[in-house]
Design a protein. Structure first.
Length: 330
């Protein structure tokens, strides 16, 4: 396009936009369709506090400004100039900018001709509608209804519009009467340029909660892997030392290696094995001391079983049998 056909006033606007495109490292395009003027003014004030500039002009002048830029790939933003566009000039990170603009959005009722920004559903439950022609209107959009206490009740959740569907006047009226506000009023960031790269809104959207959960999961899994392969780090050294201590102690006890920490447990283990074996021998084959121990063991086991469920007793009986066999053949 040749600037010769552009008035001086428009040339000044193009020059202003061209300078902003060169001065700011991050440039975004927002669509301001259906955005009330009062809300635009409030958002402009908030953006100024963050040293961010929001500018509007005609699409043709924006495109002329893009044509004059020397930044690589910045001209690619031209194809995102749709609806009622405005440009945002900032030093803010594109992802942070998107998140900030999302926080400024508010709910609003749908108007005829608008497109559903996402799937719109109506939850099951009572309504304020009295029986009448509205039953047919609700049924037209897949809502199953009934009558309770003289009012219409929606029997189950229903999807009345999919993302991108055009909302007609009838559906908009029904949603308004049901108190459903499916629209979002705010600056709709379409695309952002930074360092030769253009990011679209689908890339800029990040579910912060899900992202934080993924980081926590990755951390826990990396810790588990590091401990499993005995890889010492600041976060794993205490766990590795504790694991090594427990493993060495268990090995020493299983091999009857006497140390300050294992002697008491080895003696206790031997004593229990002796009593388990004596419990399986006839009384005439036992010394007086073993007979007394056997009697004591039987009394203790009987008392403990009185306080445990039958299934638990069965499990422990099987464990005792296995322990006895281990003592005889081990």
């Amino acid at each position: 396009m040749k600037m010769a056909h552009v008035s001086e006033k428009k040339k000044e606007v193009v020059a202003e936009f061209s300078k902003l495109l060169e001065d700011y490292p991050v440039v975004g395009i927002v669509n301001m369709v259906n955005l009330p003027a009062k809300q635009v003014q409030g958002m402009r004030a908030k953006l100024r506090d963050k040293k961010t500039v929001l500018k509007m002009t005609k699409k043709r002048l924006m495109k002329l400004a893009f044509e004059s830029t020397s930044k690589p790939h910045l001209k690619e933003l031209e194809k995102y100039v749709t609806g009622m566009p405005a440009l945002i000039f900032t030093h803010e990170n594109p992802f942070k900018l998107y998140a900030e603009l999302q926080k400024t959005k508010s709910k609003a009722a749908a108007k005829a001709g608008q497109k559903a920004p996402k799937e719109i559903s109506v939850k099951a439950g009572p309504t304020s509608f009295a029986p009448g022609p509205v039953i047919g209107q609700l049924g037209k959009y897949g809502m199953k209804t009934g009558i309770e206490a003289g009012k219409i009740v929606i029997k189950q959740d229903s999807i009345v519009a999919k993302k991108g569907d055009v909302i007609n006047a009838e559906l908009a009226g029904i949603l308004a009467r049901l108190g459903i506000e499916p629209m979002e009023i705010g600056l709709d960031l379409i695309a952002v340029y930074e360092n030769g790269v253009v990011y679209t809104s689908d890339v800029l959207y990040i579910d912060e909660k899900a992202y934080a959960n993924k980081i926590c999961t990755a951390y826990n899994e990396s810790i588990n892997l590091a401990v499993y392969v005995a890889y010492p780090t600041h976060d794993t050294i205490n766990m590795l030392l504790g694991k090594a201590h427990n493993d060495s102690k268990a090995l020493a006890i299983s091999r009857s290696i006497l140390t300050d920490e294992t002697t008491a447990e080895i003696i206790q283990k031997a004593h229990l094995e002796m009593l388990s074996l004596s419990n399986r021998l006839p009384d005439d084959a036992l010394s007086d001391e073993l007979k007394a121990g056997k009697t004591h063991l039987a009394a203790a086991v009987h008392e403990e079983k009185q306080h445990k469920p039958e299934e638990k007793q069965k499990e422990e009986k099987q464990e005792d049998a296995a322990a006895g066999l281990g003592s005889l053949f081990g």
